[in-house]
Design a protein around this ligand. Structure first.
Ligand code: GDP
Ligand code: IMO
Ligand code: MG
Length: 427
């Protein structure tokens, strides 16, 4: 039995898609366990770049099974566009299971996401406006519509009509916005359902059977530790649990089945959306990293905020997900800097903080304690192995390992598959 969780250790966009695609070659089943199409995972194969939002990044191997777990929230229209996009690009989607227990993002969730953001004024979350929060709200309120409802037309119709009774009132009276037509919504959802019906199944049963048969499982996190609803920079978070523990709930496996947690750590920090960011760089260095790393949102195109690598956060991610290993990505982006800095602690009101604070009031006043290291000039995108790295790059990695007490098992020096170097086996 072998099951590896790939988890984002920062604010998302750490390169989880790339690492998942790479490790998918050696696995049998690749599962997304939370989130929805707020995620944007990039996979580069030869010269072609693919962007995935809902479908696991194992889809490029036709013999692997890809699973959309029960913890996900699924926008059927977005899912169908993604299936079309993949097929138009020569990727056959056959081995796919969509959990019958996953919740559906309905058109009103997207509208409410947008309207709620508008109403927040100064306190905007900066969501992707994909309806993620409102959908998880309905799930928690026990008002959600699930994938299994698509298989029972009468129940689906009733649920949509019931839901719209409330949502249309809310849209009208609270937001002064226009109502949805129930008949049209039932017709649209029924049409989408036809397309995805062949993929609907009991995903937890499938995954657990695969485990019993000794297959290798990979769980692909979306978002990252600091966007986790419980452990992140609340309220500037998403509405699901990207941390490794989210796998048990969102895929329906027991905690004892997880054998390895691999944290994906970008060599510097980025954040899309609002909220405090202690190691943020608002200067030329930040701009240079943004350009070199192409740091613009995969889902929304927004420029990502940039900062030095924050190891207070990395150590926190180790704690809340129990990281066994790190995959250090985008190391190549740091070539050409005379000096690099690592944020090793925070200063708050004269005190040194080593642990990540809960209060955003505190976090927003934290100054980073920076440790300076010499950089390297060399282009490292073509290295064959870890040994080829310049000494200063190796020292940068060593210092991260020392401070986090987690070994770096994978390094990534470019977006391509052949730019991933394994230092220590994952499976
Ligand atoms: P994810 O959301 O964690 O899957 O990450 P994204 O795909 O949103 O963002 C990561 C970006 O970095 C993508 O454009 C990747 O193609 C790219 N990328 C991943 N690993 C590397 C790397 O090691 N070096 C460089 N230069 N780009 C990388
Ligand atoms: P991947 O999987 C980066 C951010 C949004 C916003 C907050 C809440 O590609 O790493 P939501 O739409 O989820 O309610 O927005 O979370 N966010 C992400 N940031 N990468 C992502 O996914 C993200 N998914 C959501 O920008 O700040
Ligand atoms: Mg992304």
């Amino acid at each position: 039995m072998s099951s590896v969780v790939i988890v984002g250790t920062q604010w998302g966009d750490e390169g989880k898609g790339k690492i998942t695609d790479f490790l998918a070659e050696k696995s049998d089943v690749i599962t997304r366990y939370q989130g929805g199409n707020n995620a944007g995972h990039t996979v580069k194969i030869a010269d072609k770049e693919y962007k995935l939002h809902l479908i696991p990044s194992g889809i490029f191997y036709p013999d692997k099974m890809c699973v959309l777990g029960n913890g996900m929230v699924i926008d059927l229209e977005a899912l169908i566009s993604e299936l079309d996009y993949l097929e138009e690009n020569g990727v056959t989607v056959k081995n796919l299971i969509i959990s019958d227990r996953a919740h559906l993002i309905m058109p009103y969730h997207k509208v409410l996401d947008e309207l709620d953001e508008e109403r927040r004024d100064q306190e905007k979350i900066g969501t992707t406006k994909k309806g993620i929060g409102p959908c998880y709200m309905d799930k928690a309120a026990r008002k959600g519509i699930r994938v299994c409802d698509l298989l029972e037309p009468e129940i689906l119709k009733k649920k949509i009509e019931n839901s719209l009774k409330e949502k249309n009132q809310l849209l009208d009276r609270v937001y002064d916005s226009k109502a949805f037509d129930p008949d049209k919504m039932v017709a649209d959802i029924t049409r989408y359902a036809e397309r995805i019906k062949p993929f609907i199944g009991d995903s937890s049963y499938y995954i657990n059977t695969a485990l019993e048969n000794g297959e290798k499982l990979l769980f692909e996190g979306a978002q990252g530790t600091l966007l986790d609803l419980d452990h992140g920079t609340y309220p500037f978070v998403t509405s699901s649990n990207p941390v490794a523990g989210g796998v048990c709930i969102g895929a329906g496996i027991g905690p004892t089945n997880i054998t390895n947690v691999l944290g994906v750590l970008k060599a510097y920090s980025t954040r899309v959306g609002d909220g405090p960011f202690p190691s943020e760089l608002k200067d030329d260095i930040g701009d240079k990293i943004r350009e070199a790393g192409g740091e613009f949102g995969t889902t929304t195109g927004r420029p990502r905020r940039i900062g030095w690598l924050d190891l207070v956060i990395a150590r926190y991610a180790k704690r809340v997900s129990g990281l066994d290993q790190i995959a250090l990505t985008l190391l190549d982006v740091l070539s050409g800097f005379e000096k690099l800095k690592l944020c090793v602690a925070y200063k708050y009101k004269g005190e040194t903080l080593k642990e990540f604070p809960a209060s955003l009031e505190v976090l927003s006043k934290c100054e980073p304690v920076l440790e300076e290291l010499p950089g390297w000039e060399e282009d490292i995108t073509g290295i064959e192995s870890y040994d080829d790295l310049p000494t200063n790059a190796k020292n940068y990695l060593k210092r991260i390992e020392e401070i986090c007490s987690v070994p770096i098992s994978v390094i990534s020096v470019g977006p391509g598959r052949d730019q991933t170097k394994i230092i220590k086996d994952i499976f």
